[in-house]
Design a protein around this ligand. Sequence first.
Ligand code: PEP
Ligand code: MN
Length: 331
Amino acid sequence: MIIILKPATATAMQAKLVSQFGADHEIFTHNNRIAIQGLRPEALPTDVQAASESILTAVPAAVQSSRLFHPEDTIIKTPHSVIGGNQFVMMAGPCSVESAEHVDQMAAVAKQGGATIVRGGAFKPRTSPYSFQGLGETGLQYLRTAADKHGLDMITEVMDDEHVAMVAKYTDIFQIGARNMQNFSLLKAVGQTQIPVALKRGMSATIDDVLNAAEYIAAGGNHQIMLLERGIRTFDNKYTRNTFDLGAVPVLQSLTHYPVIVDPSHAVGTWELVTPMAMAGVAAGASGMIVEIHDQPTQALSDGPQALKPATYLKMAQQAFQLHDLMQTWA
Ligand code: PEP
Ligand code: MN
């Protein structure tokens, strides 16, 4: 149940409800709203009913993530970026951090294209245990150094709850990978921090699954969450690695206040398809994009086939910002 309280008495009513029901029910407040889990409206004292503008009972399980509870867009601010709302944020970099020199060069390219965030995995969730697993903490150091040198924020994947404290020493944004979207101990661990979290949609996750995964992070007290659509598994992966669920972008935006970011690279898996689907992601209304780049894709240690070469990335990024700007004039 979400109660929308009359503003004049909202604070007093929230305090009263917390003291009366807080011991037995999960309670969350936001401005003049209060969400109480597992309580029937009939159990509310009559003065609370009188102090309410409305009482919503058809409320999703992921209540804190819902627009019903938090109507305004969440805007996340990192040192060099504003993520959410009408802003468009570009995140670019190699799939994996490969060396100090390489990630430095890629950070320079990312920045040239208008990115304010450089990406790179130091802990890689590979399908095969014999594939490159990432440089670990050394990779985090290389990415941090490159980000600082070029005046960028850093995003990197944290794969394991035991690594959260270590990755937190370096990164501005935690990435939770698709394979870990329902790793609840990892979600709880990043939820205990105040570092923004980019939560990737799992390969076979429904939209409600994504929102409930986000709720695990919010339940720990970390509300700086963004959602990444990176394609899902369907029956045909012959021509695209995954199926880019563009419909999820406006659907998520209607259901949740968290920024929605698109990842065309993992969605399609082939560099020739990245630009058209990146543009489609902008047109769908995403608040930003994360894209993989590499100067020598055939030599890349992971995800080479989907990496954009610098010149292709620079052109795509310019078009993406232009399209986003154009769309703002339609609003
Ligand atoms: C990645 O970003 O390189 C990655 C492994 O992504 P995903 O978790 O979406 O597969
Ligand atoms: Mn990748």
